[in-house]
Design a protein around this ligand. Structure first.
Ligand SMILES: Cc1cc2nc3c(=O)[nH]c(=O)nc-3n(C[C@H](O)[C@H](O)[C@H](O)COP(=O)(O)OP(=O)(O)OC[C@H]3O[C@@H](n4cnc5c(N)ncnc54)[C@H](O)[C@@H]3O)c2cc1C
Length: 192
């Protein structure tokens, strides 16, 4: 969304849990406006609810969704059964289902699995025929357990946002860390 961001909001990232059923909304101010995004777990919400809730949310920032660029995408979540290699191909990043089901964060895992894919391709080109199958195995070992746990946690978090907020957010002092780069300030809002 392109809109002037008030000075007091320029360094605040907003994460909202509870207003969108079984999902989240976040809002990052940018130089030329806001990037507002929402997501919900498949089968637990409806696209029209997402749009409706984002419309309300944007209004609180004095923004109109109707004047903004709006798009919807499916996010591909981890499946333990999915092989990540073919005869001459590998799946990395979101195509492999490596993204955080709680927030939709997928850039970092896409880069990390991309590095693993490149390593496997180099080995395969060097004549090691098992390298592509080894990639599926390695990604399952490195990410599989975390992805399964993250999906369970996301399901619980969205189902019981009030408790999850108290346990997972309030006890951490209302501050979320994003990898090694803590956001300068994080505003978390509740809607119950
Ligand atoms: C609105 C939005 C906001 C997001 N914000 C964040 C965020 O703040 N932080 C975060 O970590 N993640 C965020 N994500 C998720 C993140 O963008 C993705 O998880 C990440 O980009 C996945 O990387 P990827 O390389 O796997 O796939 P992509 O970035 O989707 O790259 C795939 C590329 O392949 C190309 N392609 C597709 N089909 C073909 C084809 N047949 N031939 C050739 N090329 C093809 C596509 O054009 C694309 O360029 C966001 C996603 C959305 C939709």
């Amino acid at each position: 969304m392109k809109a002037k961001v008030a000075p007091e909001r320029q360094e605040t990232a907003y994460f909202e849990f509870g207003s969108l059923k079984n999902g989240y909304i976040w809002n990052f101010p940018k130089a030329d406006g806001y990037s507002i995004s929402g997501g919900f777990l498949k089968g637990k919400g409806k696209p029209e609810e997402l749009r409706q809730e984002l419309t309300h949310y944007a209004q609180e920032f004095g923004l109109s969704l109707a004047d903004s660029h709006y798009e919807e995408y499916p996010l591909n979540l981890w499946s333990e059964q999915q092989p990540l290699h073919g005869e001459r191909s590998l799946l990395a990043g979101e195509a492999a289902g490596i993204l955080d089901p709680l927030t939709g964060e997928g850039i970092r895992p896409a880069m990390l699995t991309g590095v693993r894919a490149a390593e496997a391709i180099a080995k395969a080109l060097g004549g090691r025929s098992e390298a592509l199958a080894g990639y599926t195995q390695k990604i399952r070992e490195e990410w599989g357990a975390d992805m399964v746990l993250a999906q369970r946690l996301a399901g619980l978090f969205y189902q019981f946002p009030k408790i999850a907020y108290k346990v997972g957010v309030k006890t951490t002092g209302g501050r979320l860390n994003h990898g090694k780069n803590p956001l300068r300030r994080t505003a978390l809002q509740r809607r119950y």
